[in-house]
Write a protein that binds this ligand. Structure first.
Ligand SMILES: C[S@@+](CC[C@H](N)C(=O)[O-])C[C@H]1O[C@@H](n2cnc3c(N)ncnc32)[C@H](O)[C@@H]1O
Length: 253
C-alpha cells in the first residue's frame, strides 16, 4: 500500500493492517519461534486455558478460537473435546494457511484412531472487530496472544460478548503490561533476549521488536478485566500463570 493510500485510512485500520501483514510474513516460522522463545511453555499455557474453557460446557460445544493463527489452540480444543466444533478465526491468511497444513499432517497421524480433526476445526478469515457470526453463535471462545494486537479492544471485546451465548465462557491467554516492571522478564528477557531469538528463528527483526513494545503499550491484567466487565461479562477471573506471571489467563462469562 502506498503512503498516500495509508493516509486515507483511519488510525485503527492502519494499525490492524500493519499487524496483519506482520503475521502473514512470519507465518512459516511462527511455531518454531514460539517453541524457542517460551521453551515449550506456551503449549502448557494453552492446555491450562482450554481446560478452564471446556469445564462444564457440555459434550459438543460450539467454540470460537479468535486469532487462531497456526491452529495450535483450535487443534488442542478438538483433541480434548471430541464432540466440539471449532471455528478458527484469524485475519492473517498466511497464518491460517500454515495451520491448514498442520491440520492435514495431524489428520494423517490420527487417521487410524478415527479422530477427525479436519472435520471439526474450521479455519475462517475473520476480523475480531466485526465477527461474521450471529449473536450467541458460540458456547465459548478461546483466544491466545491475540487481544494485545487488537486495534480497538473495547469494540472487539463487545464483539466477543455478542457472539458468545449468555452463560457461555471465554478464556483469554495474554501477556499483559506488568503493574511493575521486573528486571529479568521485562527489562532483560522480553526487551533484549526475545527480539534476538525471534529474529534468529524467523529472520524478521521488526516483528519481534513489536512483541515487547506491544506488551509495554498494552493494558494491565486488571485493566483488561475491567474492560471485559464494561463489555458485558459479569464474572471475570484474571490470574497470572507460571512462571511468575509472565503470561496470564482471564476467564469470563
Ligand atoms: C501471536 S498470534 C497467536 C496465534 C495463536 N492464537 C497462538 O496461540 O499461537 C496472534 C494472532 O492474532 C491474529 N489477529 C490479530 N489481530 C486480529 C484481528 N483483528 N482479527 C483476527 N485476528 C487477529 C494475528 O493474525 C495472529 O495470527
Amino acid at each position: 500500500m502506498s503512503t498516500a493510500d495509508t493516509r486515507a485510512l483511519p488510525k485503527e485500520r492502519i494499525a490492524a493492517e500493519h499487524v496483519q501483514q506482520m503475521f502473514d510474513r512470519i507465518a512459516p516460522r511462527y511455531d518454531a519461534a514460539n517453541r524457542v522463545m517460551s521453551a515449550g511453555v506456551d503449549v502448557l499455557w494453552r492446555r491450562k486455558a482450554i481446560g478452564r474453557l471446556l469445564d462444564g460446557l457440555g459434550e459438543s460445544p460450539r467454540l470460537l478460537d479468535l486469532g487462531a493463527g497456526t491452529l495450535d489452540g483450535a487443534v488442542e480444543i478438538a483433541r480434548r473435546a471430541p464432540g466440539a466444533r471449532v471455528i478458527a478465526a484469524d485475519f492473517a491468511r498466511e497464518m491460517l494457511r500454515a495451520g491448514r497444513a498442520k491440520l492435514r499432517d495431524l489428520q494423517g497421524d490420527h487417521a487410524s484412531s478415527g479422530v477427525n480433526l479436519a472435520a471439526r476445526v474450521q479455519p475462517q478469515i475473520a476480523d475480531g472487530h466485526s465477527l461474521p457470526y450471529t449473536d450467541g453463535a458460540f458456547d465459548g471462545a478461546f483466544s491466545a496472544f491475540c487481544v494485545r494486537n487488537l486495534a480497538d479492544l473495547p469494540r472487539a471485546s463487545r464483539e466477543l460478548r455478542r457472539v458468545v451465548r449468555p452463560g457461555g465462557r471465554i478464556a483469554i491467554l495474554e501477556f499483559f503490561r506488568p503493574e511493575r516492571s521486573r528486571f529479568f522478564f521485562d527489562k532483560l528477557y522480553n526487551a533484549r533476549v526475545l527480539p534476538l531469538l525471534g529474529w534468529a528463528v524467523t529472520g524478521d527483526r521488526e516483528a519481534y521488536r513489536y512483541l515487547p513494545a506491544s506488551i509495554a503499550a498494552f493494558r494491565t491484567r486488571e485493566e483488561y478485566a475491567a474492560l471485559l466487565r464494561d463489555a458485558g461479562f459479569s464474572h471475570v477471573d484474571a490470574r497470572p500463570l507460571f512462571p511468575s506471571g509472565v503470561a496470564s489467563l482471564v476467564v469470563a462469562s
